[in-house]
Design a protein around this ligand. Structure first.
Ligand code: SAH
Length: 485
């Protein structure tokens, strides 16, 4: 067998990156865009000792799990990996990835996840769920100005203004920006030369308030005929904030340092509702909501519907009665902390990024929440400090110290690399009754759960929550509890 050979493959599985997997002459092949159950013709692209990569050339017999994709650009675009897989099968695949990691990396018996996890939490309509879009602006093949997305593993822009994962309003905004550029001779930024003005357009949409924010990122200090752009944009229903961000550096970091509001407010507002995870049907909205003020660069969860379900589960798993002391580590802008604060005695949030901590404090104040305190710093540094010294925020030892050293519940929502061992170590020494682990990477989740379970905890509950439909990102929430014996 050699490169460029055409082979007939039966796709029998799918991998963690969403590629179809099949075996041919004793070799395992990975084929992007192939779906489990497909019989395909594939071209061999790369050969290793026992495995290889092949390109999908032709579907000979389509799988029963294959569906018509909503977007014709799903193959070249780097955004979605599994759009042609039936949605229920996407959920099953994500659940399988989590189970396999718990068994393979965490060393748990296969029946542990199988018995403990509830069904995956999916969306009734798994499109149009993102509340934020960042479109690069550039030049297309015919020299025309385009907005779109980067092709997989590249910086070539695929023109598309209506990504199905984003809201329909994105296209309306982008059409305004593109026609303003054409009519006023405003040039798109060119990454290769560092010339041209408009680099990116950021659009944020409040799903509850229907407020829209637009931030245009420019390689310069201002826009020519700025009032013409404002004039168009401010007519869009829901438009609340228009700003310019200056980024004059030759970099692929999107934002520069200065942002100036040129019309409307500096922020939009949105709400995250608490849902009842035990209701029938599941996850009905309650009347409780937390309001958030969102600036162009604020961190904010991108799938609000699923975030409500995920954080409502976090609150359910925390099992609060009103008196508890809770640490919320890796708390970001305090989304989970402020949920927890409604039912806890005290919540202590820890977050490494200063701006996020400021946002968390502002959001607490904005909602009149007084029992949530936020600390800036790394969880693996802040937590040991409190544990060893029992200090409050001012560096004083006081009665509160004891509760902080021995909280009832610890919630963690770390980035992909998971928790630092120093953090896990102090968590074990604090011996909370319950630990709620929210994870965006089930491999590091499995690794960390092994450490916590070896330290005297056991897994009690778990769910996979689909925050990023059609991609292979998997969000998992697990409740572990102190062993009684
Ligand atoms: N629950 C949060 C989001 C968590 S995302 C929310 O809803 O807002 C993970 C967060 O961990 C990010 O905000 C990131 O800045 C922060 N982070 C990364 N490493 C950290 C560390 N070592 N200690 C504390 N926070 C960290």
């Amino acid at each position: 067998m050699q490169k460029n050979d055409l082979i007939r493959l039966e796709v029998t599985d799918m991998g963690t990156d969403g590629a179809g997997i099949g075996r041919y002459e004793g070799m395992t092949f990975f084929v992007k865009d192939a779906v489990v159950g497909d019989v395909i013709q594939a071209r061999v692209m790369k050969l290793k000792k026992n495995y290889g990569f092949a390109r999908l050339e032709k579907i000979l017999t389509p799988s029963v799990y294959r569906v018509e994709p909503a977007c014709e650009l799903h193959r070249p675009c780097g955004g979605c990996q599994i759009q042609t897989l039936l949605y229920d099968s996407q959920l099953a695949l994500k659940q399988k990835v989590v189970y396999e990691n718990l068994v393979r990396i965490g060393g748990f018996a296969p029946e542990v996840p199988a018995h403990i996890f509830g069904p995956p939490v999916g969306m009734a309509y798994p499109y149009r769920y993102r509340n934020k879009a960042q479109y690069p602006i550039g030049t297309g093949k015919e020299g025309e100005i385009v907005a779109g997305f980067y092709a997989a593993r590249s910086h070539n822009i695929i023109p598309v203004t209506d990504c199905r994962l984003g809201v329909a309003e994105n296209k309306v905004v982008l059409d305004c920006v593109l026609s303003y550029m054409k009519e006023n001779g405003v040039k798109p930024y060119d990454e290769a030369t560092g010339k041209g003005l408009i680099r990116h357009v950021l659009i944020r949409y409040g799903f509850v308030t229907e407020e829209i924010m637009v931030c245009v990122i420019i390689n310069g200090s201002g826009l020519p005929a700025q009032e013409k752009l404002i004039g168009r944009l401010c007519e869009i229903r829901g438009m609340k904030s228009i700003s310019l961000n200056q980024n004059k550096k030759k970099t692929n970091v999107i934002f520069g340092e200065t942002t100036e509001t040129i019309w409307g407010k500096e922020y939009i507002t949105d709400y995250i509702y608490l849902r009842d995870s035990t209701s029938e049907p599941e996850f009905q909205r309650t009347d409780t909501a937390i309001a958030y003020r969102i600036s162009p660069q604020s961190f904010y969860q991108v799938n609000p519907e699923q975030t409500e379900k995920l954080y409502s589960l976090a609150l359910e798993y925390a099992g609060l009665t009103g008196k508890e002391t809770v640490w919320d580590l890796y708390c970001g802008i305090g989304t989970i902390s402020l949920f927890l604060a409604q039912r806890a005695g005290m919540v202590y949030g820890v977050e490494a990024v200063g701006q996020a901590v400021e946002d968390a404090r502002k959001n607490a104040e904005y909602n009149g929440i007084t029992n949530a305190v936020f600390f800036e710093g790394k969880a693996e540094e802040v937590l040991p400090e409190f544990y060893q010294n029992g200090m409050d925020g001012d560096g004083h030892l006081d009665g509160e110290g004891a509760d902080m050293r021995h909280p009832d519940v610890i919630v963690v929502d770390p980035p992909r690399k998971g928790c630092d061992v120093r953090c896990l170590d102090v968590m074990l020494r604090m011996r909370p009754e319950r630990i709620v682990y929210v994870s965006c990477d089930s491999a590091t989740l499995a690794r960390d759960l092994r450490i916590l379970c070896d330290g005297g905890y056991e897994i009690k509950k778990g769910r996979v929550v689909d925050q990023f439909c059609h991609t292979m990102h998997v969000e998992t929430i697990v409740l572990i509890q102190k062993k009684t014996s």
